[in-house]
Design a protein around this ligand. Structure first.
Ligand SMILES: C/C=C/C(=O)SCCNC(=O)CCNC(=O)[C@H](O)C(C)(C)COP(=O)(O)OP(=O)(O)OC[C@H]1O[C@@H](n2cnc3c(N)ncnc32)[C@H](O)[C@@H]1OP(=O)(O)O
Length: 650
């Protein structure tokens, strides 16, 4: 049982999750059979896949045609036929344990002992489902999020008997389809993501029930001040108030009175036209930033951080896994462990202790792991350690970016795919920190790219704006300047949206290569703003006033071909040629003379703002300085000997 042994996949269920999983599996190049119990279910699922693939093809988000992807999908209503040759089966049937038992009993009969058996359940224990088979070691959870085509995260869940071999094969398979897996090492209710999200909706509902807050206060604070993609009540209305209600009921968790009232009245949210907000006779979730008041957000976040302490302390997941889970699965602006470390775990613990003392409610009882961290003085970033270690003997830890330094190439990936790699305060300071602390002797060239398949970066993180002081908003530039002044060439690899602050970051790089589908713009004017990370100045210098003003004043996007035509980027290339073109640039830059490139960059950057006379002096000083380097001796010797030079940066 390994990734190499997985060629054919069967997905059982053609509903929202089933057909979505089928689609992403086929998109990754696997042959897949989608099975449901009735022809009409299978046909509906297939039509939805076809529609979605055609949209993706239209937007150039897939490298092949919709037809080619569809040619890898078979459909059937016959379970045995669907799974007979499958190496991996993913069950995505309704959430009824008896039904899943029936399916897994049949799977034991129809599949070979080597077939990996996965369930996409979001609420049933994997171990309970695995009871139906004699070989529970090959049963695991692969929990996709809705819709699978859009959502990057998959939880890979161990049941009590799941073997490491099976879990690893599942994990690697998830990576092979371009999704991000996280391990859930124990079969806990809610796995990782739903464990954390519980208090996000639940605690504000208790507070409103107790007249300690209003719905609008809670939503406005959490969305506009704490940066969550939407307020807890808006979220409840969107997912269905009854859904959260049933999860609590099944888990024997106390139910907030307001939730109970809504369910009893049949006001279940958007689907019934009314929930916490009125969508028929009212304006829906119409809260505004000024509704925030003094809502006690710490009470909500302290409970989520306590749940994170449970997950980490009990060995269910690492802080990195918890944080990846909430960012990709829930669109949280940053990881919840990271947030705890920033708030200070002693503050979190104190909040929980006070509430526990005042109310006696179990949900506030601090988890021993949280107490342990605080007792050991690991109270967060300021103390140098918390959930994470912030020791300063190495780079990072970085939460919003990834980097790799190999063979002289520093590859930096902006890692906030659920927010289109929008530049949060953290991400900006991590860029600043990395480019100012990395050992430049080890680096010959750096690249910056976005993670996910949609954007280089869609600009500064708008969700943080309402709560940001004007002085902090003006703090965008230092990170970009560090990149601009980095003594090695920096190349922006752009595939997708490159907007606002994202464009400004790309402009701070020396070279820009983009895929044809990419688009560029300075949309800040639409927000009542102007570019604040060097955009007004660098655009004018690079494009000239006419084109720069068009971009800044109109706020429109231009495509990559026009961007190349205007000189905004060096190359616009087809996606399939992207890596090769970048590779050709990198080969030249990596083998070029480090000091020569450094001086060229400095003189060209600084010369732009000097008079021509002064700039020419800078150039000749640089020229003179280089003439005494070993690299120049090597370059001229290599020329005379008709060989490639080997520059050492001396
Ligand atoms: C000094 C610098 C200042 C600035 O940079 S100001 C910001 C300038 N940038 C912008 O104004 C661009 C804002 N974004 C957009 O216009 C759109 O997005 C796109 C055109 C890039 C894509 O649109 P679509 O395909 O419909 O996707 P989606 O649902 O809007 O975005 C997917 C998720 O990404 C989040 N997101 C996108 N851009 C930002 C951003 N700049 N800050 C924070 N989040 C962003 C969204 O909210 C959403 O998230 P969810 O799925 O949770 O709803």
């Amino acid at each position: 049982m390994s990734l190499e042994s997985i060629d054919r996949v069967a997905v059982l269920g053609a509903g929202n999750m089933g057909h979505g999983i089928t689609e992403v599996t086929a998109m990754a190049g696997y042959d897949v059979t989608m099975r449901d119990i009735k022809d009409e279910f299978v046909e509906d699922g297939y039509e939805s896949i076809k529609w979605s693939l055609e949209k993706l093809e239209e937007k150039e988000m897939i490298d092949e045609s919709a037809e080619e992807v569809l040619s890898r999908i078979d459909t059937t209503t016959d379970l045995e036929e669907a799974v007979a040759d499958a190496d991996l089966v993913i069950e995505a049937a309704p959430e009824e344990l008896d039904l899943k038992h029936e399916i897994f009993t049949d799977l034991e009969e129809y599949t070979s002992g080597d077939t990996l058996l996965a369930t996409n359940t979001s609420s049933l224990p994997i171990s309970d489902i695995a009871e139906a088979v004699d070989t529970p070691e090959r049963v695991l959870g692969l929990h996709f999020f809705n819709p699978p085509v859009k959502m990057d995260l998959v939880e890979v869940i161990y049941g009590e008997d799941t073997s490491d071999e099976a879990a690893e094969a599942g994990y690697e398979w998830v990576e092979s389809i371009g999704k991000t897996p996280i391990y859930v090492r124990k079969d806990v209710r809610g796995f990782v993501v739903n464990t954390i999200v519980g208090p996000f909706g639940g605690e504000p509902a208790f507070m409103v029930s107790n007249d300690e807050a209003t719905i609008r206060e809670a939503d406005a604070t959490m969305a506009h001040e704490r940066g969550y993609p939407m307020g807890p009540f808006e979220l409840g209305d969107l997912t269905g108030i009854d859904v959260g209600y049933h999860v609590r009921k099944e888990g024997d968790s106390p139910i907030p009175p307001i939730t109970e009232e809504k369910v009893e009245a049949g006001d279940l949210g958007q689907k019934t036209g009314k929930g916490f907000y009125d969508y028929e006779d009212g304006d829906g979730a119409d809260y505004e930033p000024e509704d925030a008041g003094d809502f006690d957000w710490l009470r909500v976040e302290a409970r989520m951080i306590n749940r994170a302490a449970f997950l980490v302390g009990e060995g269910v997941a690492t802080p990195e896994e918890v944080d990846t889970g909430v960012q990709l699965g829930l669109g949280f602006p940053e990881g919840i462990c990271r947030r705890g470390d920033k708030i200070g775990l002693e503050t979190v613990l104190e909040k929980l202790e006070t509430l526990y003392e005042e109310t006696g409610a179990d949900r506030f009882e601090p988890h021993p792991y949280l107490e342990e961290l605080v007792e050991e003085g690991k109270t967060g970033e300021e103390a140098g350690a918390g959930f994470y270690d912030y020791g300063d003997d190495e780079l990072g830890p970085y939460h919003d970016l990834n980097y790799e330094l190999e063979d002289g190439v520093l590859q930096v990936e902006l890692d906030r795919p659920s927010r289109m790699n929008a530049l949060s305060e953290d991400l900006l300071s991590e860029i600043d920190d990395l480019f100012s602390s990395v050992d430049t002797d080890e680096v010959r060239v750096a690249t910056i790219e976005g993670s996910g398949d949609r954007a280089f970066s869609a600009g500064a993180d708008i969700s943080g704006f309402a709560d940001t002081a004007p002085t902090d908003m003006m703090d965008v530039t230092p990170g970009f300047e560090t990149v601009n002044e980095f003594p090695r060439p920096v190349l922006a690899k752009i595939d997708g949206f490159c907007l606002g602050g994202g464009l400004e970051l790309a402009l701070a790089c020396d070279l820009r290569i983009a895929t044809e589908r990419s688009s560029f713009g300075a949309p800040e004017i639409g927000l009542g703003l102007i570019p604040g990370g060097g955009g007004t100045q660098r655009l004018t210098r690079i494009l000239g006033e006419t084109r720069a003003k068009e971009l800044v004043f109109r706020g429109n996007h231009i495509d990559a071909d026009r961007a190349e035509d205007w000189g905004l980027i060096n190359r616009s290339v087809e996606r399939e040629d992207f890596d090769d073109t970048v590779g050709e640039f990198l080969d030249d830059l990596r083998s070029g003379p480090p000091i020569g490139l450094k001086v060229a960059k400095k003189v060209m950057n600084e010369g732009q703002d000097a008079s021509l006379d002064a700039a020419l002096v800078m150039e000749s000083q640089g020229f003179g300085l280089l003439s005494s380097t070993d690299d120049v001796l090597e370059g001229t010797a290599a020329f005379a000997e008709d060989r490639e030079p080997e520059f050492e940066g001396k």
